[in-house]
Design a protein around this ligand. Structure first.
Ligand code: DCS
Length: 458
């Protein structure tokens, strides 16, 4: 199993950080800039005040009547606790707290404008990762069942395929068309898999994309649904970045919405998380999955399996409640919440554009826009001498690039090979999460490094 987001270079960056902290370092930089992981609060993003007030009161209910919290925060904590049996220190039902799942169903309806979904098809999970693993495991038996995964992809998918012993089938996202999927390729790959004795079971879609940052339109999604239906594939719609869409005129469309609107019978599991969006509450490990068009018995099977793990963690469930039902206009906490949210949103949008523009201005680098998510995935047009040097060291050429970048600048990124990429092309993934001043520093360091690297291997 391989998981590059926490791979070798990140461990090396951690060693450098220790050396810098204890003064033993003899390094050409004075700080490590962590751009390897979508973990906003680890690089300076502040949590929403309302979230933490409600969480605090759920953890310590004496706060509710203490008069120290805004009234709506205290009331929300009381409402959440009233829906639990024994508060956050007690196991909840296996699918999660009923009242929170009802709020999730209402949120999805408001987002998509369709029918109110059945909360019995909604499961609260400890981060999206847990739900994704559960469904991948249940949808496959062994290496004769296949899961179609994008290339490039977030390596949770390839790692989980390996862990559960299923067959991974990579389909390509085309860089030249802004990382679009080709439905005809899905059809061809399914035929090839069947010829090799593999039954394709699921199609994974990450929208907005990680590491690629592209956003699917309604028409893109309708095409994907049609091919999934044709091939009898269950859709796994990873929509953890649904709030992270930055540019005017672009908006997120959910798979559920299009499946519902087209009346398709395709099974669609969709995943969301408190780790992303603007709250970035990665450490709370909260998320949900909705199983749409699933047979009742299949939902019961998922229920049985998650029951073995008892329930997802309760503070994470509280965060899901807050994500799907934030303060609304007229509430006491709304002005501060809106200010915090808009500050994070506009800054992320600025950073996304600035990073991509600066990378595109460098010789030997090209980068598609980041319409959504938290990453850019530039292509580095490596000189043949750099590729030969990597071969001589027994490493991937993009690993060599990222490793030299870390050694020279302290910037920690993830080599494109950790996500998969078209053969003969080389990329790296960087987040645009560092705070704006650090981002400016990072952009100038990458610019200088790129020029030095290209000259060194010219
Ligand atoms: N799906 C995608 C596309 C992700 O990027 C992540 C996390 C997850 C699921 C799982 O998140 P949670 O389990 O926290 O809900 N993103 C990783 C990444 O690429 N950087 O940080 C973590």
């Amino acid at each position: 199993m391989e998981y590059a987001v926490r791979g070798e270079l990140v461990i090396k960056a951690g060693d450098y950080q220790k050396q810098l902290a204890d003064g033993s370092a003899d390094l050409p930089f004075d700080e490590i800039i962590l751009c390897n992981i979508g973990n906003p609060q680890s690089v300076g993003q502040k949590p929403f005040t309302f979230f933490r007030q409600v969480l605090a009161a759920c953890m310590y209910p004496e706060l509710i009547d203490s008069g120290t919290l805004p009234k709506d925060a205290a009331e929300r904590a009381a409402t959440i606790l009233a829906g639990m049996q024994g508060g956050v220190g007690a196991y909840s039902g296996s699918k999660g707290v009923d009242s929170i799942r009802e709020n999730v169903a209402a949120y999805i309806q408001e987002r998509d404008g369709g029918e109110l979904g059945d909360p019995e098809n909604i499961f609260l999970t400890s981060g999206a990762s847990e739900g994704i693993k559960t469904i991948m495991q249940l949808a496959t038996r062994n290496a004769s069942d296949g899961i179609l995964i994008p290339t490039p992809q977030y390596p949770l998918y390839s790692a989980t395929v390996t862990a559960i012993g299923a067959a991974g089938i990579g389909y390509s996202l085309e860089e030249s068309t802004g990382w679009k999927l080709q439905p005809a390729e899905i059809t061809a790959l399914c035929a090839e898999a069947r010829n090799n004795g593999i039954t394709p079971r699921c199609l994974v879609i990450i929208n907005p994309g990680n590491p690629t940052g592209q956003l699917l339109t309604h028409d893109d999604i309708a095409e994907i649904i049609a091919v999934a239906e044709e091939e009898g594939l269950m859709l796994l719609a990873d929509e953890v970045y649904q709030e992270n869409v930055y540019h005017p005129g672009q908006e997120f469309t959910s798979f559920k919405k299009v499946v519902e609107a087209t009346g398709s019978a395709v099974e669609c599991a969709s995943f969301h998380s408190v780790s992303k969006g603007f709250q970035g509450e990665c450490g709370m490990r909260g998320g949900y999955m909705e199983l749409y068009n699933f047979d009742h018995d299949a939902v019961e099977a998922v229920y049985k399996c998650v029951s073995v793990g008892l329930c997802s963690n309760l503070p994470g469930q509280v965060c899901v409640d807050l994500m799907v039902k934030p303060p609304k206009e007229g509430d006491e906490s709304y002005p501060l919440y809106a200010e915090e949210r808009d500050g994070i949103f506009s800054s992320l949008g600025r950073r996304a554009k600035k990073l991509v523009d600066s990378l595109n201005a460098l010789d030997g680098m090209t980068c598609n826009p980041s319409d959504g998510a938290m990453y850019s995935f530039p292509r580095v047009h490596l000189p043949p001498k750099a590729i030969a040097a990597a071969e001589a060291q027994g490493v991937e050429p993009d690993f060599l690039y990222c490793s030299e970048l870390l050694d020279a600048t302290g910037i920690c990124t993830v080599p494109g090979s950790g996500f998969g990429q078209e053969e003969g092309t080389y990329h790296f993934r960087t987040t645009f999460l560092p705070q704006e001043e650090t981002m400016d520093k990072m952009i100038s360091l990458i610019g200088k490094f790129q020029a030095d690297f290209m000259a060194k291997y010219a």
